[in-house]
Design a protein around this ligand. Sequence first.
Ligand code: HEM
Length: 454
Amino acid sequence: MNPPLDSFASPHSVSQASLLDTMAVLRDVVLPTMAKGPLIRRRKVVGLAERRGLDDKAVIRMQKLRDKYGPGPLLLRIPLRHQAVILSADDASRILDHAPEPFAAATMEKRAALGHFQPDGVLSSHGQERAIRRRLNEQTLETGCPVHGMADHFARIADEEMAEVAAIALKRNELDWDSFFIGWYRMVRRIVLGDAARDDHELTDLLEQLRRRANYAFLRPKDRKTRAAFLNRLRRYLDQADPLSLAGRMAEACTDPAQQPHHQLPQYLFAFDPGGMASFRTFAVLAAHPEIEAKVRHEIGAAGDVPQLPLLRACFMDVLRLWPTTPAILRETTRMVRWHSGQLEKGTQILIFAPFLHRDDKTLAQAHRLDPSLWQQGNERPDLGLLPFSHGPVICPAVRFVPLIATLAMKSLLSRIRLTLSEDQRLSPERLPGTLDNYTLRFSASAAGLEPAG
Ligand code: HEM
């Protein structure tokens, strides 16, 4: 049940930023985040962000704002727009707890961006439509279950595809992003749409084209023809759904045409992209932490078919904390909301900037170090402001599914190959960088159990 207007009791006060500070937030936080690409990453900008330390600068900017204005929401001075940034973990989790009323997930920007390829997806839906589409997603992804019912089958798929990636890497003595990603997406298409989609690159290419437009939200017109071609193709997969796929599960669970299953599936395809990035970064982090890698290998050696692998999973979660793949969690107020002092008007756009909460070295001692122990209690730490999958009623419905699939894939690869980073790419465990460009990471690969040559 939604709380009455005045029961949203944050002890903090709303402040108003100066014009100079507003410009600094736009320059250091908003612009770099948008430039990297909200819907599909622009490789060159990610590389630039790494070289220039842009994510570190963004976190420092947010810390300065909190020091100056206090922990309450900060309203920016932007003409014709109510825009607030959130400066405390406490307010972030309170806002996320109270979605979609009075803090709607279907914000103006999201509706514009997602409209390019999934206008009726749950993330840009509100009211009754949101409720029934959310239900369909939760049933498909089995959000409430620790292990998905089809995990055995998905484990086999992950193993087959990663065996191929490992074989190519061993032949070349090297693993780079592109060859990992080809295998990763074969796995994703089989899990999401069934075996028949394994080599349907055309489908993911269509989606990529639409996501590039979506990066510009309302600044680019919709390509309705490509969108229709893409959505019709997905509809065909649903019509002849492979029962051993998420599409099969979704087709079975769908009870109302307004749930629009073919508008839900694009998210399943594009959101596995960050799952691949985080897995690839996990390899880099393990290479920088030999003692943790040794424990992970021990865990893998002792694991069964659908292993729990708590340490590997926790490393993956901590990589998502260190480099959150959804850095901007957005909300829009559906009515006026009072804080302890001050208020946010109806229609206020709210930015929760996850890297600030995850890398705040003033509140988190291990901010810049790998610490899998943070995730021993599960996949959520709103108490610490750690929100890689968000939190509350709009939490990513794949909050358990993604770590499961990533863990299965990483296990399969690591059981076959050992990965090391070259001298110039090596990470310092004491101070991990604010940005880690997955596109340029390159590992030398040797058979697992053997020491790398040279
Ligand atoms: C590393 C991978 C992923 C991360 C970090 C991630 C994280 C997130 C985040 C932060 C949100 C926004 C929630 C909010 O606005 O509060 C979200 C929404 C969502 N995610 Fe994921 N996600 C990932 C992968 C996936 C995958 C693979 C799927 C599907 C198979 C998926 C399905 C969804 C859906 C359907 C929503 C919309 C939920 C709603 O609006 O109620 N995600 N995800």
